[in-house]
Design a protein around this ligand. Structure first.
Ligand SMILES: [Zn+2]
Length: 215
């Protein structure tokens, strides 16, 4: 089942988007069915081959004017190019999708705990503003399934051991100027639903795809 974010429903004329679950297969390039599963997803969503990165848990967001010749090393993309799907691969990390209906700009971000601490989400909003003149007030944001506060035992420099990454993300978005009502957190914990989702913490090497494309 591909998860559709209700926050984007009004805009499906312009964008294709979603998050896969375990039933769509593994989007870890190391797995032998990766190409097959990717093609199935492309066919199902009627979209071109997505761009995805060698994810490094950093805070770099790349602006794509066209399909890159080489696989980028980063944790986020943004574009105004049509037919250039952006995809991030997640297990417990958050896949964050953004759409600005005014300028028709999209972004896809991979935010794990390191990305979260580095505020990759806030930086992405800032970059969209700078490069494409996006007003954060217009942005719609969907945040995928990920490790929930129930299972986030990390040593965070400020918050101690139990961290609510969902709240951190909404706070960072609000700080960046995105109204809370325009942010949708799916709110399902990957580790608590090992049959539905892949969870690194629950022992899986598989990944789910979180993607968005301008039609
Ligand atoms: Zn949980």
């Amino acid at each position: 089942m591909i998860i559709r974010f209700p926050i984007f429903r009004l805009f499906s004329r312009w964008i294709t988007y979603g998050a896969t679950t375990a039933s769509e297969g593994s989007f870890n390039e190391g797995q032998k069915n990766f190409e097959k599963d990717l093609k199935k997803l492309m066919a199902k969503m009627k979209m071109a081959r997505p761009v995805f990165a060698f994810q490094v848990h950093g805070d770099k967001v790349i602006d794509l004017k066209k399909r890159p010749a080489m696989q980028p090393k980063c944790d986020g993309f943004m574009t105004q190019a049509r037919g250039l799907p952006l995809m991030v691969k997640v297990a417990d990390c958050q896949g964050v999708l953004m759409f600005d209906p005014k300028t028709k700009t999209i972004a896809a971000i991979h935010s794990g705990w390191r990305g979260s601490i580095q505020n990759i989400i806030g930086k992405a909003v800032g970059q969209m503003k700078k490069v494409y003149g996006v007003n954060p007030k217009n942005l719609r944001v969907g945040i995928s399934q990920s490790l929930g506060p129930c299972c986030s035992e990390f040593t965070h420099p400020k918050n101690g051991r139990q961290v609510d990454f969902w709240k951190m993300s909404t706070d960072q978005l609000q700080k960046a100027g995105v109204p809370r009502r325009q942010v949708e957190i799916l709110g399902q914990c990957t580790k608590c639903h090992p049959r539905k989702y892949f969870s690194f913490r629950a022992g899986s090497d598989d990944r789910m795809a979180v993607f968005i494309a301008l039609k």
